[in-house]
Design a protein. Structure first.
Length: 285
């Protein structure tokens, strides 16, 4: 028989851990002195302890290990537990592989530019939201003003309560010099009646949205697009839907107060203070 300290050295398991295994019934001492309370272990308990350590190395919980050590546990149930753990590990490997790809892409970018990138790309989940919107083909990307004017008028007529920053959805699959298919939209707190060209619909969410924040004039927002597209390709993703521009801080304009159509913040006209989030729904290739 071995005292707990001796068994600890022999098994290379700490005394604290052995005591804890005793408390939860995972590995009871062979004998406990009823006068001193000393725990004693026998050599034939080492196989059970080694099995505990081996299963713990598989990242099984102590509760799962206790069930697996039960001689009456059916083989099918044992296989099920191990297959579940196998799936969990595969998922972690996939996530770590994606993280590794992002690290490698960042390293390449720094090596090419010699500095940290100007734009930081983040992946996030975007929830669906109810919006009032107008979709139309406009001559160029900058010709959205009349659409925002109609939207502002609609919101004012119906006393709508805005539920978030306004956004533009771009439906063309490539850059266009002319005739751009766009939808201007403002989230609202409750459904409203349709009116003229204004439609009320649920804007779908996205499980994975690649996003970058551009601060400054819309004239230079192409830099954000270039950085985001390069990141998507380098990180092993692909675009799976129309992109969006979410206007977090924007100017007032001739078609209505920016605050009235759902911008979270607005400025008098200094382009350096504009803040826009560019979003692309993506999935892993």
């Amino acid at each position: 028989m071995f005292k707990i300290g001796e068994f600890s050295k022999l098994s290379q398991v700490s005394v604290k851990t052995l005591r804890y295994y005793d408390e939860i019934g995972l590995l009871k001492p062979a004998r406990v002195d009823r006068f001193t309370g000393y725990r004693y272990y026998s050599a034939d308990q080492l196989p059970r302890l080694n099995r505990i350590l081996a299963l713990k190395d598989l990242r099984l919980s102590l509760e799962q290990i206790g069930r697996l050590l039960d001689d009456d546990l059916p083989a099918a149930q044992i296989r099920g537990m191990l297959r579940l753990k196998h799936a969990e590990i595969e998922q972690r490997l996939e996530e770590e592989g994606a993280r590794l790809a992002r690290v490698e892409a960042r390293l390449r970018q720094i090596e090419q530019e010699g500095k940290m990138p100007a734009y930081e790309v983040v992946l996030k989940r975007v929830e669906p939201q109810t919006v009032v919107a107008i979709r139309d083909t406009v001559p160029t990307y900058g010709d959205q003003g009349p659409l925002w004017g109609e939207l502002a008028g609609y919101l004012a007529r119906h006393g709508a309560r805005v539920a978030g920053p306004s956004l533009t959805i771009y439906y063309d699959t490539e850059y266009r010099e002319r005739d751009v298919d766009v939808e201007t939209a403002t989230p609202v707190a409750a459904p409203l009646p349709e009116d003229g060209r204004v439609r009320v619909r649920e804007l779908p969410g996205a499980e994975t949205m690649a996003c970058v924040v551009h601060q400054g004039s819309y004239d230079t927002i192409g830099q954000a697009y270039t950085a985001l597209m390069a990141w998507i390709e380098a990180s092993g993703y692909r675009i799976v839907g129309p992109n969006r521009e979410v206007y977090l801080r924007c100017p007032d304009n001739d078609y209505g107060d920016a605050e009235a159509i759902g911008y979270s913040d607005h400025v008098a006209g200094d382009p350096a203070e504009y803040v826009t989030e560019v979003q692309f729904p993506v999935e892993k290739v």
